[in-house]
Structures are given as structure tokens and as C-alpha cells.
Design a protein around this ligand. Structure first.
Ligand SMILES: Nc1nc2c(c(=O)[nH]1)N[C@H]1C(S)=C(S)[C@@H](COP(=O)(O)O)O[C@H]1N2
Ligand SMILES: [Mo]
Length: 302
């Protein structure tokens, strides 16, 4: 496996552990887990040069209201979720609408590792080594029609396996949306794994969106439907509290949430002495994405 991330003397766990483990496991990992990882693994120019949060933290401190509202509920209950077989309905303004089997999708896309910052609107953050493919690959597979302007996403609705869909007061299924240019941006990925392992169910197996410059709730989990449309899609949190959760939801330390400031964040897994850190505009991806919002008022369009 070609590895180009340099380990510095100062590097500490969990990243050092991670690299060691990966060296031990070698190139067989991708095959063993069924993930078709290309030779570029780990070398993406889009990866942040940061120490990833430990897998134990990434997979035990979650928001996935289909399994309850507690941070530990998803890890306790998501094992009930059946993720195989899995297919995604792609419909609306596309040339080739239909049901796309996940296995077939994965044969046609290029997967790679992306180490991204992840920032929840609740002001905690992580660094996650995702495995996935650019969403634009899936959209091009279906063929986007000229008039399409937005992409809408829906999570699985299966109350027998997702107990929160019976008890949590949200409009199910969970839904999210992006403008088409945001969806086509190379930073926007469909993730299928973390740390070279298949996606933990509590993190949104088998397929979830990751939009690293937006608050975490935009990164919708366990996706079964992708719809191309010319109208701004309804989104779960916006439907619940429009003044608190805008359609754009770009990470912005200068625009406070009505109930809390967004200027700082607390890294998860840092232990007792973890210090809060300053939140970066567009979560650190300003150079890559700011031009998408040229001329827009980011307070009005929060
Ligand atoms: N279907 C679905 N997707 C979801 C959520 C959810 O409750 N249901 N929570 C969102 C929120 S608020 C966050 S912060 C992230 C959390 O992702 P993680 O648990 O992998 O860290 O998932 C997002 N995607
Ligand atoms: Mo969140």
C-alpha cells in the first residue's frame, strides 16, 4: 500500500497506533473488508494533516436519532440495523433513474481515504479518517439533467430496526439537501468506512454523506434515496427549527447559533485535559469552498 503520510517524531497516538496497525495489516485490509481501496489511499490532497480521533471515540459518541437521542444510544442499538443488501433509489431530474445496488455502485467508483475535520453544531469536533468516494461519481453515474439545481437525500425508514423512529419527535425519514455545486464539489463524499473498516452502523452504515465544511447534521447517514430537483429540498432540522438550522449550515465561527456561540469547539476524545479550540471558517476548508458562496450574505443564508 503506497503510504505518503509522514510520521513525525512528535506524532503521538492515536495516529501512530493507526499507522502501525495499518502497516501490520498491510494491503490485505481493503480486500478483507470488501472495500475497493485504490493505490492512492492516504495520499489525498484533500486530507487534513491532523491526528485522527480514536475509533473508539468516533464510534461511541454519536448523533443518530433513529436509535435515540443519547450519545451512546446509536452504539447500543444500531447493531439491529440490516445493511446488506442495500440499494439507493436515484430519482428526479436524472437521465438514468432507478434502484442502484450498493455493490454495483462500489464496482464503478474510486474509493480513497479522506481525513476530515468534523464539526457538530453542538460545538464538539473530531478528526475522522473516512473511506469513501466523491459524490459527483454517483451523480454522474445517474446523469444529472440540465435543469437540476439541488440534491435531496433520505435516510432509511425502518422503525422495526430503528426504534427512535417510533419515539423521537422528528419528521421521519431524516432528510438533508445540498445545492448541486456543493454536491459536485470534490470534498463532498459518500463514506463507506472509517479507519479502513466498513462503516460502523452507529456512524451511518453502509453509506453516508460527509460534507466537511458544514455542521455535522448535514452529513446524513444510512442513505436510501437521492433525488435531483430544481427546488431547495426540505431538511429535517430546518423543518423543526428554521431559525436555528438554515439550509446552508456552513461552519462559521462568526455566526452564533441562537442558543450558543460557534466560536470554539471541543475535540472529542482528548481526555480530561482537552482544550477547546477556535473554530475555523468553513471548518478549515475556506480556501476550497468559499468561492461557492461569493456574493452571498452568510448571515441571512446561515
Ligand atoms: N439519519 C441521520 N443522519 C444524521 C443524524 C441523525 O440523527 N440521523 N445526525 C446528524 C448529526 S447532528 C451529526 S453531528 C452527525 C454525527 O455523525 P457521527 O455520529 O458519525 O459522528 O450525523 C448526522 N447525520
Ligand atoms: Mo450534530
Amino acid at each position: 500500500m503506497a503510504y505518503t503520510i509522514k510520521l513525525k517524531y512528535s506524532d503521538v497516538t492515536p495516529r501512530a497506533d493507526y499507522m502501525n496497525r495499518r502497516q501490520l495489516m498491510g494491503g490485505a485490509v481493503g480486500l478483507a473488508t470488501g472495500l475497493a481501496l485504490g493505490p492512492a489511499l492516504g495520499a489525498s490532497k484533500y486530507s487534513a494533516d491532523l491526528d485522527p480521533t480514536a475509533l473508539e471515540d468516533i464510534s461511541s459518541y454519536n448523533n443518530f436519532y433513529e436509535f435515540g437521542t443519547g450519545k451512546g444510544d446509536p452504539a447500543s442499538h444500531a447493531h439491529k440495523l440490516t445493511v446488506d443488501p442495500w440499494s439507493v433509489e436515484i430519482d428526479g431530474m436524472v437521465e438514468r433513474p432507478g434502484s442502484y445496488g450498493l455493490e454495483d455502485i462500489l464496482k464503478k467508483v474510486t474509493q480513497e481515504e479522506r481525513i476530515y475535520r468534523f464539526r457538530c453544531v453542538e460545538t464538539w469536533s473530531m478528526v475522522v479518517p473516512w473511506v469513501g468516494f466523491e459524490l459527483n461519481q454517483l451523480l454522474n453515474m445517474a446523469g444529472v439533467q440540465g435543469g437540476a439545481k439541488y440534491v435531496a437525500f433520505q435516510t432509511l425508514f425502518r422503525p422495526e430496526e430503528m426504534p427512535g423512529q417510533k419515539t423521537v419527535n422528528l419528521e421521519w425519514p431524516y432528510r438533508e439537501g445540498l445545492r448541486l455545486d456543493e454536491a459536485m464539489h470534490p470534498l463532498t463524499i459518500m463514506a463507506t468506512g472509517i479507519y479502513d473498516e466498513p462503516m460502523p452502523k452507529q456512524n451511518g452504515a453502509p453509506l453516508r454523506l460527509v460534507v466537511p465544511w458544514k455542521y455535522g447534521y448535514k452529513s446524513i447517514k444510512s442513505i436510501v434515496r437521492v433525488t435531483l430537483t430544481d427546488k431547495e429540498p426540505q431538511t429535517t432540522w430546518n423543518m423543526l427549527q428554521p431559525n436555528e438550522y438554515g439550509f446552508y449550515s456552513n461552519v462559521n465561527p462568526e455566526v452564533s447559533h441562537p442558543r450558543w456561540s460557534q466560536a470554539y469547539e471541543k475535540p472529542i476524545g482528548g481526555g480530561l485535559f482537552a482544550k477547546r479550540q477556535e473554530t475555523l471558517k468553513f471548518n478549515g476548508y475556506e480556501e476550497e469552498v468559499a468561492s461557492l458562496y461569493d456574493g452571498m450574505d452568510l448571515v441571512v443564508n446561515h
